[in-house]
Design a binder for this molecule. Structure first.
Ligand SMILES: [Zn+2]
Ligand SMILES: [Zn+2]
Length: 361
C-alpha cells in the first residue's frame, strides 16, 4: 500500500480565500503535501487550473450552499446549484452528475466574536445517499472554541492545539458511527483554509492561519494500492477514488505527522485497505500500526464502541464477529502528559448475513 498526504477544503481568491491557486500549491509543496482539494463557495472557476504543480496534485471541487448544510462536492466538471431548504435534492443532483460529496462541518458552533457569530451547521436531517462526512474541520473547531474574547486571543496567539484536545466533535463521531452501521460513509478531515487578511493599523495586516500553517494541521492521507501516477488525470482518479471509498485516514499533523499509519484487514496474507467491505468469515484479522512508537495509544472501535485500548505500537486483532471496525490513535506529547486525539481511520466493514433496515438518528 502507498500513502499520500493531502489537505482538503481550501478556499482560494475565486471565493473568500486570499491566495491564488498557484500560491496555494506552493504553500502545499512547502508543507510536504502530495495533493490538495480546493473547494470554493459555489464556483468552480478554479477547475481550469487543476493539474500537477511540481509534486503536488491540485484538484478542484466546490462547497455548495451558503446559510447552512454546506456540502463539499468533488468530481464535477461544472458547478451544481445548492439547495438550502432541501439539501437531499442537491446531494442527489451531485450524484446524477457523476460527482460525490461530504457533509461539511455538520455540527459547527461558531463564535460570538468571529464573523458576527455566524455558524453553518447542518439543520436538515436525516439525509441519505451522500458519500462522506467531514469529521474534523480545523477552522470550524478552532472558531467554536472561542466562546470568550480572552479565549479567542489565547487560542490564536498562545495555544493553537488547545481546541483539538477533545478530538473531532463527539456529535460528528456519533452520527458517522450511526450511518456506517448501514452504509459506507467515508470520513475526511478539512482545514477550511481561507488565509483571511485582517487590516490592522496603517499598512499593517494580519493573515489568519496562513496556508503554509494550516497545511500542517488536519490532513487526510489517502492509501493507494499502486504509487500515484505521474499523469495528472490518472493521479486525479486515484485520489478521488480513495476519498470516495474511504481508503484514507485523518491525522492532526501538528501533534506528529501521520505518515506511516496502517489499518487493514488480512485474509491469510492478502491485505484489504480501509473502506473495504467484506463478508464475515473465519480467519480474518485486523492489523493496526502507529508511526509514533511508544508514544501511541491504540484504540479499536467496533460499531461505535471501544473494544480495545492499549499503549503499544501495533495490534493484531482476530475478527470473531461481523461489525464496522475503525481505529483511533492518541499521541502522548511527553512524559506524564495525557495522550491527545491524533489519527482517525476510516472503517473496515465486516458484514454479517443480514444488515438491519432503517436508520435511528
Ligand atoms: Zn462551510
Ligand atoms: Zn469552507
Amino acid at each position: 500500500m502507498f500513502t499520500y498526504a493531502g489537505n482538503i477544503h481550501i478556499h482560494s481568491s475565486y471565493s473568500d480565500g486570499s491566495g491564488s491557486i498557484e500560491e496555494i500549491a506552493k504553500a502545499a509543496a512547502k508543507a510536504g503535501l502530495d495533493y490538495i482539494v480546493i473547494t470554493d463557495h459555489e464556483t468552480m472557476l478554479g477547475r481550469r487550473e487543476e493539474g500537477r504543480y511540481g509534486k503536488v496534485v491540485v484538484l478542484v471541487g466546490v462547497e455548495l450552499n451558503r446559510r447552512a448544510n454546506h456540502y463539499l462536492a468533488l468530481n464535477l466538471d461544472r458547478v451544481v446549484a445548492g439547495d438550502e431548504e432541501d439539501p437531499q435534492q442537491m446531494i442527489d443532483q451531485v450524484a446524477r452528475r457523476g460527482g460525490f460529496g461530504f457533509l461539511a462541518h455538520p455540527f459547527e458552533r461558531g463564535s460570538p466574536f468571529i464573523g458576527r457569530g455566524a455558524a453553518f451547521p447542518w439543520d436538515r436531517w436525516p439525509v441519505f445517499r451522500f458519500q462522506g462526512i467531514e469529521l474534523w474541520n480545523y477552522s470550524s473547531q478552532w472558531r467554536g472554541s472561542c466562546q470568550s474574547l480572552p479565549r479567542a486571543l489565547f487560542h490564536y496567539f498562545f495555544n493553537r492545539n488547545a481546541p483539538f484536545r477533545q478530538g473531532p466533535p463527539p456529535d460528528a463521531l456519533r452520527l458517522w458511527d450511526c450511518y456506517t452501521r448501514r452504509q459506507r460513509v467515508a470520513a475526511i478531515g478539512g482545514s477550511d483554509a481561507h488565509a483571511s487578511i485582517v487590516p490592522l493599523l496603517g499598512p499593517f495586516s494580519l493573515v489568519i492561519f496562513p496556508y503554509p500553517f494550516i497545511f500542517r494541521t488536519i490532513n487526510t492521507y489517502v492509501v493507494l494500492e499502486a504509487p500515484l501516477e505521474d499523469d495528472f488525470s490518472r493521479a486525479r482518479e486515484q485520489i478521488l477514488r480513495a476519498l470516495r471509498e474511504g481508503s484514507c485516514y485523518i491525522s492532526y499533523d501538528r501533534l506528529h505527522p501521520g505518515r506511516g499509519f496502517r489499518f487493514e484487514v488480512r485474509k491469510g496474507s492478502l491485505p484489504y485497505a480501509m473502506g473495504s467491505e467484506l463478508p464475515f468469515q473465519e480467519g480474518l484479522s485486523l492489523h493496526l500500526e502507529s508511526p509514533a512508537g511508544k508514544r501511541s495509544l491504540l484504540r479499536l472501535i467496533k460499531d461505535g464502541k471501544l473494544v480495545f485500548q492499549g499503549r503499544q505500537q501495533s495490534l493484531h486483532y482476530p475478527v470473531t464477529a461481523p461489525g464496522v471496525y475503525r481505529a483511533e490513535v492518541f499521541y502522548r506529547p511527553g512524559c506524564g502528559r495525557s495522550p491527545r486525539p491524533w489519527i482517525y481511520s476510516n472503517p473496515i466493514y465486516i458484514r454479517g448475513a443480514s444488515v438491519g433496515s432503517g436508520l435511528e438518528l
